[in-house]
Design a protein. Structure first.
Length: 159
């Protein structure tokens, strides 16, 4: 169940996505929060430079494995503007991170891109649960998914 604390952190992930867009990058943002509620790490996409692996969820996985214990990672929550792609899902699973809460789903993004005539990504969109069986995943969150849709529309020149 997504509560007010979740919405606050998820809102920050959407703010980071907007920051990415403002810097000329794809609008995705993520926040790692420890079991005690402390924000441990936050980032946004950095793929505009040509390295398509520079996703914030992947950065969170890498950061967490060198700075958190296995138990701390399992108790943490990743908040993200968009559901993890397969690469980031795998990194999340390998790092042993806990719960994921996302504003918009991969299925929503695929639908929006099809609607706008944007060619599909080179990697098939799959739900996190298909990559990381047993992952605790919550989303999409309707109150924020429309905001994410707007960011994606601006990025793809559809607003």
């Amino acid at each position: 169940m997504v509560d007010d604390t979740d919405l606050r952190h998820l809102g920050r992930a959407v703010e980071l996505a907007a920051r990415a867009l403002e810097s000329g990058d794809e609008p995705f943002g993520s926040v790692l929060v420890g079991a005690d509620g402390a924000v441990l790490f936050e980032d946004h996409n950095h793929v505009a430079g040509g390295d398509r692996t520079q996703h914030p969820e992947f950065a969170i996985a890498r950061w967490s494995t060198t700075r958190m214990t296995i138990a701390e990672r399992a108790a943490a929550t990743v908040y993200t503007s968009g559901e993890h792609c397969p690469m980031c899902s795998a990194a999340h699973g390998w790092a042993g991170l806990g719960r994921i809460v996302y504003a918009s789903s991969s299925a929503q993004l695929v639908s929006w891109l099809e609607e706008w005539g944007v060619p599909p990504a080179p990697v098939r969109a799959l739900p996190v649960g298909e990559i990381v069986p047993g992952a605790v995943v919550e989303g999409p969150v309707d109150s924020l998914s429309e905001e994410v849709r707007g960011l994606q529309a601006r990025f793809h020149g559809r607003s």
